[in-house]
Ligand binder design. Structure first.
Ligand code: ATP
Length: 260
């Protein structure tokens, strides 16, 4: 496998608590890889280390062979590894289109002083941001709601906006934190198709943390399973569904339904 992202012996300790213990796996270019596991297994912590929102205690994460762990999150985002959030709270007072424009500041060419003085580069950026926002919203099927205020959006559209905000920075790897949480069946299916098209049509490698097992099984090329901070399995959806350690981890947890 040609690895785009390499997670190598990554450990995270919070005082005496080991949230991730010696986790190693690869993510291939153009893959959709899900990280699953019972509550508290260490999934979010792992995503925070991959996107450098929190440092590793030991081990490292590499992207295209270069270490990206323990850098600043915006540096990692500029390199192309971008994490989206369940809540897009900071953008809720803006319209959908404005949110996507503001999110593009990460790849702006103009300096702040340039914006202040209305430089040519700043004008070009502003126009290009608008064009790119429109193109992105059309791709995501959101053109009709581009003038809606984010805080008026139903759950499904709000999640799609989270993806639009993530894509605004032109990532090569997108980390999605529970993209199907709180969605009904139709919204989930729409989101599954949308995530697939992000991979298929924009060539973005996707990693996701998710509890919705039917959605995970249908969307993932491969799955990594964590339990109590340890990686207990890695494989295709059918390998994972038949893995005894995985079944045991879920049956022994407080999650009352695996739904696999
Ligand atoms: N900032 C922190 N300080 C101390 N402990 C933390 C911190 N963040 C997470 N933990 C602990 O690390 C462990 C793993 O948490 P994490 O949120 O990564 O699990 P998770 O698999 O994402 O859980 P869930 O599915 O419930 O979101 C938990 O025991 C949690 O309480």
């Amino acid at each position: 496998m040609n690895a785009l992202v390499e997670i190598r012996n990554v450990t995270k300790k919070y005082g005496g608590l080991v949230a991730n213990n010696d986790i190693t796996f690869d993510v291939a270019e153009n893959e959709i890889l899900s990280v699953i596991g019972p509550n508290g297994a260490g999934k979010s912590t792992l995503f925070k280390m991959i996107s450098s929102f929190t440092p590793t205690s030991s081990g490292e994460v590499r992207y295209r062979g270069e270490r990206i762990s323990n850098l600043k999150p915006h540096v990692v985002a500029r390199k192309g590894v971008v994490r989206t959030f369940q809540e897009t709270t900071i953008f809720k007072s803006m319209t959908v289109r404005e949110s996507v424009i503001v999110a593009q500041h990460l790849r702006a060419k103009a300096t702040l002083a340039g914006y202040f003085w209305g430089s040519k580069a700043a004008h070009e950026d502003v126009a290009a941001f608008g064009r790119y926002a429109d193109e992105l919203l059309e791709f995501l099927g959101m053109s009709e709601i581009s003038s809606e205020l984010a805080h008026n959006l139903p759950q499904g559209n709000l999640r799609a906006l989270g993806i639009a905000i993530g894509l605004a920075t032109d990532p090569k790897v997108l980390l999605l934190d529970e993209p199907f949480a709180g969605m009904n069946h139709d919204e989930t299916m729409n989101m599954v198709n949308l995530v697939r098209s992000v991979r298929d049509e924009r060539g973005v490698t996707v990693m996701l943390v998710e509890h919705d097992m039917p959605a995970v099984m249908s969307i993932s090329d491969r799955i990594v399973v964590l339990n109590f901070g340890e990686k207990i399995a890695e494989g295709t959806p059918s390998e994972i569904q038949n893995n005894e350690k995985v079944i045991e981890a879920y049956l022994g947890s407080a999650d009352d339904e695996i739904g696999m």
